[in-house]
Design a protein around this ligand. Structure first.
Ligand SMILES: Nc1ncnc2c1ncn2[C@@H]1O[C@H](COP(=O)(O)OP(=O)(O)O)[C@@H](O)[C@H]1O
Ligand SMILES: [Mg+2]
Length: 241
């Protein structure tokens, strides 16, 4: 099985407003797919259908070759990390408690194992260990974002979904986070789906770029192909910006 994620003939409507129709996407294992498109075109909807937060009106989603309709939703989400823009940390928990939330559920009694997972992931995302006992409100935006990523990764998921995760941080922090994420990806071989509204970020990070407009896939190709042979005017305008 080389396909990590497959969306087959998806339709999604809210009331009578159709967001996606005939939407098909196949993501190979170990791919880093960046998703870019106009606001409201359905990017977040696509991401949330993969971890079952949103159900398609019709069509099927397969993760690791299995239709998620027949999968236990808790099991499914354990294997899929999810990081979104801004701070979504538990405000009443320390950094360490936030990061160890899922490993704790998994390791139950093995506290040493959880502790070492926390320091490992703090190190990987570039967080000083002394921040472990702080609360989210005592951190900068960039630090909070790093904790969010560490928390998403600490469960060792095979798939990482990221929805504009670096949207709310300054340029320098963003560039550091991009480098760190790319290194994590290269080290772990995890499959990543990463939504962004920044074309340079999409081209820099992705092994493949998915361009969407009005619920339609404009192009799904490697960054260099996208630059060389934009498939539609929409893509052409995007890469010329
Ligand atoms: N729960 C909902 N009820 C009604 N409309 C929704 C709901 N969630 C999203 N939408 C609409 O669906 C469209 C796609 O949303 P979304 O996937 O969040 O877009 P994107 O992430 O690309 O900006 C938007 O027009 C949005 O307003
Ligand atoms: Mg969105």
């Amino acid at each position: 099985m080389n396909t990590a994620i497959e969306l087959k003939n998806i339709k999604k409507a809210y009331g009578d407003k159709v967001i996606l129709e005939g939407f098909c996407l196949s993501v190979a294992r170990g791919e880093f797919v960046t998703i870019i498109g106009s606001s409201g075109c359905g990017k977040t909807t696509v991401l949330k259908m993969i971890n079952g937060l949103i159900k398609p009106t019709s069509g099927d989603v397969f993760v690791d070759g299995e239709n998620i309709r027949s999968k236990n939703i808790i099991q499914l989400r354990r294997n899929i990390g999810y990081a979104i823009q801004g701070s979504v940390l538990f405000p009443h928990m320390t950094v360490g408690q936030n990061i160890s939330y899922v490993p704790n559920l998994l390791n139950k009694r093995d506290r040493a194992r959880t502790r070492s997972a926390v320091s490992k992931w703090m190190g990987i995302v570039g967080l000083d260990e002394e921040l472990k006992d702080r609360y989210p409100s005592e951190l900068s935006g960039g630090q909070q974002q790093r904790v969010g990523i560490a928390r998403a990764l600490a469960a060792s998921p095979d798939i990482l979904l990221m929805d504009e995760p670096f949207g709310a941080v300054d340029e320098i922090t963003r560039s550091q986070l991009q480098t760190e994420l790319r290194q994590i990806y290269e080290k772990t071989g995890i499959t990543v789906l990463f939504v962004t509204h920044d074309i340079s970020e999409a081209l820099k990070l992705g092994t493949k770029v998915l361009v969407m407009d009005q619920g339609i896939i404009q192009q799904y190709a490697r960054p260099d192909e996208l630059m060389r042979k934009p498939a539609t005017d929409f893509v052409k305008q995007l890469v010329q910006l």
